[in-house]
Design a protein around this ligand. Structure first.
Ligand SMILES: C[S@@+](CC[C@H](N)C(=O)[O-])C[C@H]1O[C@@H](n2cnc3c(N)ncnc32)[C@H](O)[C@@H]1O
Length: 197
């Protein structure tokens, strides 16, 4: 299983935004929607062996985590607006202690970044994507990686200390700063090529 975990530092945790205003009113939810696209879409299929966790840290009801499972996903289209609608539907769900399914392959919970990392310990190897880390081309991907990345902001000090506490590998995709969803495409491509070799 390939996992991506993206921290949406201002992404809204209530469903009070308009689908026409996901950049502003929803706290840069547009970035997370593009991550959904890049994590799952192939030209004519979806990647079934991928799970994407979006930690939403903005708005009145933070934190919440929306989890997408490639092997169950339905009603996912490539455009940002319909993806934002799936996320907004998830945010309309009443969530208590347990994770709730809002549509096929989409789940929501009250988990924070630290909670998500804690719940994945032992199930995956954490890989922190950062400029200045070990070059991905010299990196042997683990069997069940969980790639951690920021949205338009890097993980803050507290989040970095959580990442440090699980001994994440720190991996770079090259010398320039990229968008998070572009990082996903490159990571997928590197893994695809090595699987095919
Ligand atoms: C838009 S960047 C965040 C801000 C960016 N670090 C900057 O200084 O402009 C989004 C995320 O993508 C990942 N990222 C961006 N460029 C990268 C690179 N060259 N190598 C590995 N990860 C990268 C990091 O996780 C980063 O937090």
């Amino acid at each position: 299983m390939i996992r991506f975990l993206v921290i949406g530092h201002r992404a809204h945790t209530t469903a009070d935004f308009k689908l026409d205003d996901i950049c502003g009113g929803a706290g840069r939810l547009d970035i997370l929607c593009r991550c959904v696209n890049s994590a799952f879409f192939l030209s004519h299929d979806l990647r079934k062996d991928v799970e994407l966790l979006l930690v939403l840290e903005g708005g009145e009801d933070a934190p919440k985590t929306v989890r997408f499972r490639g092997d169950e996903l339905r009603y996912l289209n490539p455009d940002e607006r319909s993806t934002a609608s799936l996320i907004r539907n998830a945010l309309m769900k009443r969530v208590g202690d347990e994770e709730v399914r809002s549509s096929p392959g989409v789940y929501i919970s009250r988990r924070s970044f630290g909670d998500v990392i804690g719940s994945l310990k032992g199930e995956c190897t954490f890989v922190y994507m950062r400029e200045g880390g070990q070059d991905v081309r010299d990196y042997e991907f683990p069997k069940d990686p969980c790639f951690i990345m920021g949205d338009d902001r890097d993980p803050d000090e507290e989040e970095e200390s959580v990442i440090g506490s699980v001994g994440a590998d720190r991996i770079s995709l090259g010398p320039v700063s990229l968008h998070a969803n572009h990082c996903m495409v490159i990571v997928h491509n590197e893994m695809d090529r090595r699987r095919a070799a």
